[in-house]
Write a protein that binds this ligand. Structure first.
Ligand code: HEM
Length: 469
């Protein structure tokens, strides 16, 4: 959270911008708003429940609540077209499957999103509830749904079939086995399906006006602070005043095929490490895919084994320019290439910073299981930024196609090793791992697909109030 000397008032910003919540359970509710006073009345009544950044976590609120709107939602709230036109054109347009790598005809094709229960443009409002207690979460859900029913707001249920708990909603749950999610801890880490602990690299946000090297300046996160160097829309005028301290929040519902991941490890690991035991070889391949061992140790710092204590301070070009330790297409080397040279056309402004939030969903699969159980599991990814094209789309494009740096050679660019879409005909689906006795190229299976994407504006508290007048 910003310090007292910071330039941003935390009580005007929705809380999840500052840090991930340490609650084990999340429920994401999607709504279509009516085109009458009911839309504003719904939001007005939710206002006192919305968690802002100055909330007193010592008194442990039983649940946390945040609210965001799509461009269609802002229209239902009667926001003028003049103001809407001043917002980020990418937000106005809504998710574009090309830069997010959701290839037409593949399982990630937008025609399949939301399990075909509704179209993305029907989503107006996104309410997130977080709690550590299932009964409290159900109670909070009941409150929100009662308000919705009272004001003619329609809940959109994104599942054709119920999930493993019989629910048609998006229910997230931290996976056990990461580090504890207790309140008051300074670092919050949980595991994702595929077994990696997440949460080591978080942008260090500078909340003061003094620019500082290595930090993500709050102007790249909050709207209304554009400068000639920082282009976030709206840049000036009424829209800029209205939405100061708001962010864009982009939701990706991503399925993870854990059985396929385990099969890949089992089948391909002996090819990269024939002299290691099968289990050690699988762990090494898992680390090569992510760029971190499953406990988080960066390969760039320890390439032959995970260690207990490690820092997040390392570089690639100076420490591993030949990718002996960490392959170029490993996930964290693609999404944060650090000091690597970048292609000046595709990455004119360097490595984009975004804030990552979200939570895994679905039950954990038994370690090493190679047959699918048909249960839906994966991650609800939330990305916060102030400029969708320069930040979010740049990153998703890098994941889809590794052509952002001159280090990538060959006829077709490769893609992010674990999370690329294998139906992309413009990319190579081989994962190159340099070894002392020659390169190994592994053919990558499809490990994830997109089940839904929606773009929201996460209004500041003052913007929320103004929207309900
Ligand atoms: C199923 C999908 C995904 C999973 C399970 C996943 C998981 C992970 C994990 C385990 C880490 C390493 C933890 C850490 O460094 O703190 C990570 C890092 C990261 N991921 Fe993903 N990720 C997914 C998709 C994406 C996508 C699509 C993007 C791009 C928009 C993305 C952006 C990032 C970024 C920016 C980092 C931090 C890299 C760094 O600073 O070192 N991830 N992800």
């Amino acid at each position: 959270m910003p310090s007292q000397s910071a330039s941003v008032d935390p009580s005007n910003v929705q809380g999840l911008v500052f840090e991930p919540y340490r609650y084990r359970l999340s429920r994401y509710l999607l709504f279509a708003l009516p085109s009458d006073e009911g839309a504003r009345a719904f939001v007005r009544e939710l206002l006192p429940r919305i968690t802002h950044g100055a909330v007193d976590f010592v008194s442990v609120p039983p649940f946390l609540c945040n609210i965001a709107f799509s461009v269609g939602g802002l229209r239902q709230l009667d926001l003028s077209e003049e103001v809407i036109e001043a917002l980020d054109p990418m937000f106005q347009e809504g998710p574009n499957p090309d830069p997010v790598g959701d290839v037409k005809g593949s399982r990630s094709d937008p025609v399949n999103w939301w399990e075909k229960q509704f179209g993305t443009e029907q989503i107006h409002c996104f309410v997130q509830l977080h709690s550590k207690d299932a009964t409290v979460l159900d109670g909070a859900t009941g409150e929100v749904l009662d308000l919705a029913a009272h004001h003619g707001v329609t809940e959109l249920l994104p599942r054709r079939e119920p999930d493993h708990q019989g629910s048609y909603r998006l229910n997230g749950q931290s996976l056990i086995g990461g580090q504890p999610q207790a309140l008051g801890q300074t670092s919050i880490r949980g595991r994702v399906h595929f077994g990696y602990i997440d949460g080591f690299s978080r942008p260090n946000v500078s909340w003061s006006d003094e620019p500082s090297a290595g930090q993500l300046h709050y102007r790249h996160l909050l709207l209304g602070y554009s400068t000639p160097e920082v282009f976030s829309a709206p840049r000036t005028g009424r829209a800029s005043d209205l939405f100061r301290d708001s962010s864009y929040m982009l939701l990706r519902w991503l399925y993870q095929d854990v059985a396929a991941f385990n099969r890949f490890l089992e089948e391909a690991a002996p090819k990269i490490a024939p002299r290691l035991s099968p289990d050690e070889a699988k762990e090494l391949l898992a680390a090569k895919l992510m760029g971190r061992w499953r406990n988080g140790t960066p390969l760039a710092l320890s390439s032959d084994r995970p260690v207990e204590n490690f820092s997040n301070d390392f570089a690639y070009q100076t420490q591993d320019s030949q990718e002996w330790k960490c392959p170029f297409s490993a996930h964290i080397r693609v999404t944060n290439p650090r000091d690597q040279p970048l292609n000046s056309i595709l990455a004119p402004e360097g490595v984009p910073g975004v804030i990552r939030r979200g939570i895994p969903y679905g039950p954990e699969m038994a370690p090493g299981q190679i047959t699918d159980d048909g249960i839906d599991r994966g991650i609800f990814g939330l990305f916060l930024c102030a400029n969708i094209r320069r930040q979010f789309y740049t990153l998703t494009h890098w994941v889809a196609e590794n052509s952002f740096s001159p280090i990538f050679k060959g006829e077709k660019p490769p893609e992010d090793a674990p999370f690329g879409n294998r139906n992309n005909s413009a990319t190579s689906h081989n994962f190159l791992i340099p070894q002392a006795d020659g390169n190994v190229a592994l053919e990558l299976p499809d490990l994830v697909h997109t089940k839904g994407t929606a773009f929201f504006l996460l209004p500041s508290m003052s913007a929320l109030k103004a929207l309900t007048l």
